[in-house]
Design a binder for this molecule. Structure first.
Ligand SMILES: [Zn+2]
Length: 442
């Protein structure tokens, strides 16, 4: 018996012991897909036209997906455009002559503000909404009083003027969007007209949320009705309550017990949180130096619980705080070089919710491990593969992983816990069977 054979026997014996008493069969779900160190979602707001003409080709070249929050009302072929639902605006205007704006009539007046038949009145809705979002309600009422006084005095020219976000988004068609979606990008709602949702009454707010969703569903299908972003990053509680009735995921807020939320204006250090996940939103503007943007990536790659959500607006001169496509190219390349999961906003949301709501059962029988992965979320929406890590007997040199008709052959990896394999598993589907590949017997 030579030395090698003794060594083999020894490892076989310890493997048997390992099989009998230790962690083989223990299965966990990786924190991020493919067991990456963190996640990054690149999100674009408003659908300004250079996002598609300039930034999207760069992302395609690097095979990274984006999430685009689009304003649906301005896209040719959409069924629903901006409108005011309520009493005749003439009645609303007349009433403002005798009754000052207050908490009871504010929402109707502010909802009607952009649809009075004059150019420039929409800005007052937007400004009043900024006050409401900041908790300055009295200022908002004053803004609306000022608007209607000017309207009654005939100070506006007749017509209709949409906001900048809508104007800068013009040029993209549903056909374009369908082709981009087929390339792997997520499209999601940014409402019908980009209003200040917090300054709309219930019926007009629901119109903005629901009709945008309806056009997206008709044009792209139900998969694209998962995520939304209320304009101006609103975190207004009243808005969130309505919006969560329409969309399962909002970038504005994501209240989950296992998730810490740091929004774009937060100055807190994401590394100081110990929750299972930290959603860290960052929005680069024209003043943000590239080294700072890169440091967000470094921080995400160093920790293991950070989901960096980047918010981009304008690109190459079109849209708010436009970044250059050259800078984006450099930034995405830097990101690609790290051990990070770059995925859409919907996919990361689904992954972490599925993982936190999943249960795994592993059974062993005759050199075979059987893994059952289930969760109790809506199965039609939450069907993303999860990455599982299963410890296997150390004598297994090549492992066959089978789920339904799919079979993969994998080499085990080693860590302090022993020999393991990483593989993708579809939840609420066929159970998975792990066994030693026959041809690896010697
Ligand atoms: Zn926006």
């Amino acid at each position: 018996m030579n030395a090698l054979r003794i060594l083999k026997q020894t490892s076989f014996a310890s493997a048997l012991l390992f099989w009998a008493v230790y962690v083989h069969g223990q299965t966990t779900i990786s924190k991020w897909q493919d067991d990456k160190k963190g996640a990054v979602s690149i999100t674009y707001d408003d659908g300004s036209i250079n996002q598609f003409r300039k930034a999207l080709p760069i992302m395609n070249r690097m095979s990274i997906p984006a999430t685009f929050f689009i304003i649906t009302g301005q896209i040719p072929g959409s069924q629903y455009q901006g409108r005011f639902i309520g009493r005749p605006v003439k009645t609303v205007i007349e009433e403002t002559a005798s009754i000052p704006t207050n908490k009871d009539n504010f929402y109707e007046r502010s909802s009607a503000a952009g649809f009075l038949g004059f150019r420039g009145t929409l800005d007052y809705h937007t400004n009043a909404g900024a006050h409401i979002d900041a908790g300055r309600n009295e200022e908002a009422y004053k803004t609306i009083d000022e608007l209607y006084k000017k309207v009654r005095n005939g100070e506006f020219a007749a017509g209709n003027k949409t906001n900048n976000e809508v104007d800068e988004a013009r040029g993209v068609t549903w056909d374009d969007i369908r082709s981009y979606a087929a390339q792997g990008h997520e499209f999601a709602s940014h409402t019908v007209t980009h209003p200040r949702l917090a300054a709309l009454d219930e019926v007009n707010m629901m119109y903005e949320l629901e009709k945008s969703k309806e056009d997206i569903r008709k044009q792209l299908g139900p998969r694209y009705t998962f995520s939304a972003e209320g304009p101006y990053g609103t975190e207004n509680e009243r808005v969130m309550e309505y919006a969560y009735k329409v969309y399962p995921a909002l970038r504005n807020r994501m209240p989950e017990p296992f998730l810490e939320e740091l929004n774009r204006s937060s100055r807190k250090n994401p590394g100081s949180y110990t929750k299972e996940y930290v959603q860290w939103q960052r929005g680069a503007t024209t003043k943000t130096p590239m080294p700072l943007m890169k440091s967000w990536i470094d921080t995400t790659a160093v920790k293991d619980n950070i989901w960096l959500v980047l918010v981009v607006h304008g690109v190459d001169g079109i849209g708010w705080e436009a970044l250059t496509s050259k800078a984006l190219d450099e930034y995405f390349q830097y990101m690609k070089g790290k051990d990070l999961w770059i995925a859409t906003f919907a996919d990361v949301t689904k992954y972490i919710r599925q993982r936190m709501n999943a249960s795994i059962k592993t059974t062993e029988k005759k050199n075979k491990l059987t893994v059952n992965l289930v969760h109790n979320l809506d199965k039609s929406m939450y069907d993303l593969p999860l990455t599982l890590k299963t410890y296997v007997p150390s004598i297994w040199e090549e492992i066959k992983v089978k789920q339904g008709k799919e079979t993969k052959s994998l080499r085990p990896q080693q860590d302090a816990g022993g020999s393991f394999v990483l593989y993708q598993a579809i939840p609420n589907s066929a159970q998975l069977a792990l066994s030693q590949s026959k041809h690896s017997f010697q």
